[in-house]
Design a protein around this ligand. Structure first.
Ligand SMILES: NC(=O)c1ccc[n+]([C@@H]2O[C@H](COP(=O)([O-])OP(=O)(O)OC[C@H]3O[C@@H](n4cnc5c(N)ncnc54)[C@H](O)[C@@H]3O)[C@@H](O)[C@H]2O)c1
Length: 438
């Protein structure tokens, strides 16, 4: 056994602060309240139901993750939120209609208590929305200071010992990294000058990091994918994770594509389309926000298939991703994938995937795990990009010069080995020769 890393205990309450009190956030909050009352199971959550194998297979040691490392208890979590719409979590969850009315009625009291703080919001960055519950200040820097004050007040009033922030708000319009994002000093000057290159999500992230609060990005916005905020995270000793929760079609893609590559089956084309009718779908119907999402969804195949290593197999495939806003489906998204592949001697085959999923039902446990693992990382003294949380993201953040790992099972191995490492257990390589060779 190696030396375990010193990790502060998960003592006291944890504030989970979410910009965006929409479908994902309310499904997360209602789900946690339901699980606490024994009204449902936290299906899909590694922190609540996952185990880790330790040692050799013959040892039969497989504790729950939350027994191996100190994870905050759901009873200790307090949710805070910001949203430009003033609806509380009960009203917003009712509007999102992800969860049954009967379940929401039973949770009316705790959900009504989560009222959104005024948001830092501008329709320039999310063109399909506008709401009245918005902060006003002379500059983006002062908006950031107002968010810092919100964080401090929330933590104080709810008697929390620690806090994390998880962006569950809408996808912002596409932004390219520019000079103002390259360095913290320039970034803060740009905030003071209300430069348009500073998006609302960046102001939340800046406020969180300044307060020593870990930040994760559940949407594909640029947000913390910029050197300035990564410098701030390192300076403050705060962990970061992102971006864009990996839930439906991309999760499927990052399972199927590694299979094609493992068996060296060639790919000619991958056509993906979706219909969804929730508010997220409405926001993504705007070309500015769609571009941000499309860039995030398109990257996985290139990285997994490595066309530069296998030009004959993956040098020329056509990859298309379409999202159609179709109101009748609400949050119950349907995705279709048509995959044109080739086998031995170039003979063509096809794979069809039709995933009738529920967007926020898949996203809520991801958001919960990200919040609880970020808090663990912070207590373990880890700061900056947490690549071991790539498992949860469509566009995993990585250190400069590294390519992101998209294969879901490599990501899971990385996550579990990180937990073994933190606990001082041997890492598992799956070599296994020692079972056969003396
Ligand atoms: N499976 C999934 O559901 C999934 C997967 C990956 C990413 N995401 C992303 O998660 C985010 C949330 O998804 P959703 O379905 O809950 O969307 P939603 O539209 O139901 O909720 C988003 C909420 O954010 C609010 N908002 C927008 N800008 C804000 C700001 N600047 N500050 C505070 N609040 C703001 C909106 O008013 C809205 O209530 C979206 O960006 C979506 O693309 C979702």
């Amino acid at each position: 056994m190696r030396k375990p890393r010193s990790i502060a205990p998960a003592k006291g309450r944890l504030a989970v602060l979410v910009p965006g009190l929409g479908a994902v956030a309310t499904t997360l909050i209602a789900g946690v309240e339901a699980v606490k009352r024994g009204m449902g199971k936290p299906i899909g959550s590694l922190t609540q139901m996952g185990t880790v194998r330790l040692g050799k297979r013959t040892e039969k040691r497989a504790p729950l993750i939350r027994e191996l490392v100190p994870i905050a208890a759901l009873e200790d979590v307090r949710f805070g939120a910001w949203d430009p719409f003033p609806d509380d979590a009960y009203a917003s969850a009712t509007h999102a209609s992800v969860l049954d009315h009967a379940l929401l009625e039973q949770l009316r009291v705790p959900l009504s208590a989560v009222r959104p703080m005024p948001a830092v919001f501008s329709p320039e960055y999310v063109r399909r929305l506008d709401g009245p519950n918005v902060k006003k200040a002379p500059s983006k820097l002062e908006l950031g200071e107002a968010l810092r004050e919100d964080i401090r007040r929330f933590v104080r009033e709810n008697d929390c010992a620690r806090a994390v922030m998880v962006w569950c708000a809408s996808t912002e319009v596409y932004l390219e990294p520019s000079a103002v994002h390259a360095e913290l000093g320039r970034f803060e000057k740009a905030m003071a000058a209300s430069d348009p290159a500073i998006a609302p999500s960046m102001i939340y992230a800046w406020a969180a990091l300044k307060e020593g609060v870990a930040f994760a990005n559940g949407a594909p916005n640029l947000t913390v994918d910029i050197p300035a905020l990564q410098q701030l995270a390192r300076k403050q000793g705060v962990p970061l994770a992102g971006k864009d929760f990996k839930t439906g079609q991309t999760m499927m893609k990052t399972v199927l594509a590694p299979m094609l590559k493992a068996r060296l089956l060639a790919l000619n084309g991958w056509f993906s389309t979706n219909i969804l009718g929730n508010r997220d779908g409405e926001v993504l119907d705007d070309p500015g926000s769609f571009k941000t999402k499309a860039v995030s969804k398109l990257s996985a195949l290139q990285y997994i298939l490595q066309p530069e290593l296998y030009p004959d197999l993956y040098g020329h495939f056509d990859h298309q991703v379409h999202i159609e806003y179709y109101k009748p489906r609400g949050d119950n998204k349907e995705g279709w994938d048509n995959v044109d592949i080739e086998g031995w001697l170039g003979y063509p085959m096809q794979i069809k995937v039709n995933f009738l999923c529920r967007d926020s039902i898949l996203a809520a446990p991801v958001a919960l795990d990200v919040a609880l693992f970020l808090d663990l990382a912070q207590r373990a003294g880890m700061s900056g990009i947490q690549e071991w949380l790539s498992f949860y993201f469509k566009s995993p953040m990585v250190a400069e010069g590294l390519y992101p790992e998209h294969d879901l099972f490599i990501q899971l191995t990385k996550l579990k080995n990180t937990l073994r490492h933190l606990a001082g257990e041997e890492l598992i390589t799956h070599l296994g020769l020692d079972y056969y060779e003396p």
